[in-house]
Write a protein that binds this ligand. Structure first.
Ligand code: PLP
Length: 393
């Protein structure tokens, strides 16, 4: 008999990521011979820009294959700090490299932040629908995730009034994501400023996940909390290269946070993964410093995403009264399923049409489904026609 495994309380309650589960099911069906179009993916389908690949190879050739400082190579932290300083526009002291921690993906930055900031007895507000990992990260910190349902008349975004309604004396912070996964909604500068004002007034930490910041359609870039907040001593701002630069596999993210928070996050990281992969840090340095090439690459990707979004929306408009969040950023469409059961609708789409999408239950809103348009345009269009057929069947 094999040795029995009883999960420890640390992991017993963790749920598998529903978004990854959808992709796995789609892969399994494909392996079994079905033609499947995967509109469940959370990653760009583009190749990483060639100049970044060249910079990675050069870094390896130059021998950058050893450990670095736990919080990342100094030139990379300096360029991230300089960007943060520019956003503060003289409102407070320059952001220093010591306030930046480079991690193995923004996922690790978010985990480090929640683990460092929150603990038993703390309530942490999450704007719902929210990305699948927030609730698990808060749980791993043994804090209590408190969902704040977004306002359907405002693209499912939260407002200070909604946050206040769910606050308790135990509330210690909130996690916000704009542009938002799964809805594609973008908080404008005023909406964001109002939330930063509330967090500051209530003494909450505000962890702002800005990983989709450069993938926006109405503005050149989504506003960052660093652009609008009156102060930054309660802010942890997380970003990374995965989405905007098509570098998901490089696994680089970072945080900008007050020095004591950054020190705690670095100490935590020093006992888990140590530094993020060295050659990936150099690749990221190229992405962030060779701005002319990077901007051209980002522009080209965003322009293709926009074309797919427009094509998708045009096809979906055949559905009378469709409830669709205004997709201003990221690469997702979020719509309320017919009969208000997103899980049943996603299953039908996969079984009858071979189209994989993610049920909104994964994000705390079971009436909805998330459709990713990070797929070839022909696949996106075929998927949308299938959605219209299934919807109307
Ligand atoms: N935050 C959000 C909202 C995401 O959608 C994702 C990836 O799906 C991440 C963070 C993690 O990205 P990374 O690859 O940088 O860890």
């Amino acid at each position: 008999m094999s040795h029995p495994f009883v999960p420890s309380p640390n992991v017993a309650a963790i749920k598998e990521s529903a978004t990854i589960a959808v992709s796995q099911r789609a892969r399994a069906l494909r392996a079994a011979g079905r033609a499947i179009i995967d509109l469940g993916a959370g990653e760009p389908d583009f190749d990483t820009p060639a100049f970044i690949l060249d910079a990675t190879k050069s870094a390896l050739d130059a021998g950058h294959t050893r450990y670095t400082a736990v919080d990342g190579i100094l030139p990379l932290r300096e360029v991230i700090a300089a960007d943060a300083t520019r956003r503060r526009a003289g409102r407070d002291a320059a952001v220093t490299a010591g306030e930046v921690v480079v991690s193995t993906g923004s996922k690790q930055s978010l985990h480090n932040a929640t683990f460092a900031l929150f603990g038993p007895g703390d309530d942490v507000l999450l704007a719902v629908p929210s990305w699948v990992s927030y609730v698990e990260m808060v749980g791993l910190a043994r804090a209590n995730p408190v969902g704040v349902p977004g306002d359907p008349s405002r693209g499912l975004k939260v407002t200070p009034a909604l946050l206040e309604r769910h606050a308790t004396p135990r509330t210690r912070g909130l996690l916000l994501n704009s542009p938002t996964n799964p809805t594609g909604a973008v908080y404008d500068a005023d909406e964001l400023r109002a939330i930063t004002d509330l967090a500051a007034a209530r003494g909450w930490w505000l962890v702002s996940d800005e990983i989709y910041g450069r993938i926006t359609y109405r503005l050149p870039e989504a506003p960052s909390v660093l652009d609008v907040a009156a102060r930054r001593d309660n802010l942890v701002v997380v970003n990374g290269v995965a989405k905007a630069y098509a570098m998901t596999g490089f696994r680089i993210g970072w945080s900008v946070a007050p020095r004591p928070v950054s020190q705690a996050m670095t100490a935590l990281q020093s006992h888990t993964t140590s530094n993020a992969a060295t050659e990936s840090q150099y690749a990221t340095l190229a992405a962030l410093t060779r701005t002319a090439e990077a901007d051209a690459a980002v522009r080209a990707m965003v322009s293709e995403f926009r074309a797919r979004r427009d094509a998708a929306r045009a096809i979906l408009s055949a559905i009378p009264g469709l409830d669709l969040v205004e997709p201003d950023g990221a690469f997702y469409l979020y719509c309320r399923a017919p009969g208000n059961d997103g899980t049943a609708f996603a299953s039908r789409l996969l079984d009858e049409e071979g189209i994989a999408v993610v049920p909104g239950a994964a994000f705390g809103t079971p009436e909805w489904v998330r459709v990713s348009y990070a797929a070839a345009r022909a696949d996106v269009e075929a998927g949308m026609h299938a959605i219209v057929r299934t919807w109307q069947a």
